[in-house]
Design a protein around this ligand. Sequence first.
Ligand SMILES: [Zn+2]
Length: 72
Amino acid sequence: MPPAERNDGDTGSTAEPVDAKAHTLCHHCGGFGAAPAPVLAVVGGVGRTATASRACGLCDDVGRLPGIVPPL
Ligand SMILES: [Zn+2]
């Protein structure tokens, strides 16, 4: 029997195709669902950089991408 036609038989596996449930953590936000955005803040009269959260445009705030997506 060719390898492509083998199944798990004795194990009783009910494996589904990998791409049906696989997902990839978002490359932009790392799975957090929001991306850090540097903003200007004035603290004590001195301007400095602060970090704010901004909606992730790549994953629509879900934190993961459907299927297997390589980083580009
Ligand atoms: Zn994201």
